[in-house]
Design a protein around this ligand. Sequence first.
Ligand code: ADP
Ligand code: MG
Length: 251
Amino acid sequence: MAVSELARASVAPAASAAYPLIRCRAIVKIYPLSGVEVHALRGIDLDIGKQEMIAIMGPSGSGKSTLMNIIGCMDKQTSGDYFLDGVDVSTQFESELADTRNRKLGFVFQRYNLLARATALYNVELPLFYAGMSGAKTGEVALAALDRVGLKDFAEHWPNQMSGGQQQRVAIARAIVKQPLVVMADEPTGALDTASSKDVMQIFQKMHREQGVTVVVITHEPFVADFCQRKVVMRDGKIISDDRTPDWHDM
Ligand code: ADP
Ligand code: MG
């Protein structure tokens, strides 16, 4: 199956307006830590609709990454319900979770997490290899993704031949190459200067606008959150505010 068909197949259920793409109800996460319980999330209710671009903010230790790990199917809640695209993922086994992650989600991290000893193109092709796409097609599809982040001419560059901002854009190309429903980014601008941070956020807006990707960005920087239509603020494992910009349109 071509990658576009693959993506369509996974997009179809979310087209229904009957349920939000992401639905969290009374999510609690308790980490056992050498005999002490760390209450990282203390009852999170959060719906994120398709087509939203949302920032999750809050001080260090407020539970942002814990929430993203649950939404990203990398960890499970201690109690509460989490539905992704209408599916109760907490009932899924690890192999099904991995499949959900691969088909529906894209991830961007603060430190890019690129393979150092591979070209930009190869880094973006990797998820396609794992998805079993024919080797004859991966180059073309990955190059189109690099083009969307403005790095077509850097396809043969290695990470150490690119700036931090460029490396993060390669990481974004890798995250969107299979057309996920949701792209999740944990502090994607945390290691970047202001100009590169703006570039990265404008690329997220472009993905959101042109491909209808739902974007969830964790940040503690207000100017980064300003690129998003909706801002959720966490403190001590709870959501303390949730604001939408009414006439928001991406730049
Ligand atoms: P944030 O991303 O907002 O900085 P985290 O979600 O990383 O916050 O952490 C929330 C709380 O959970 C913190 O008190 C943190 O120390 C704790 N925590 C996070 N991960 C673990 C873990 N694997 N084991 C134990 N405690 C953890
Ligand atoms: Mg964090």
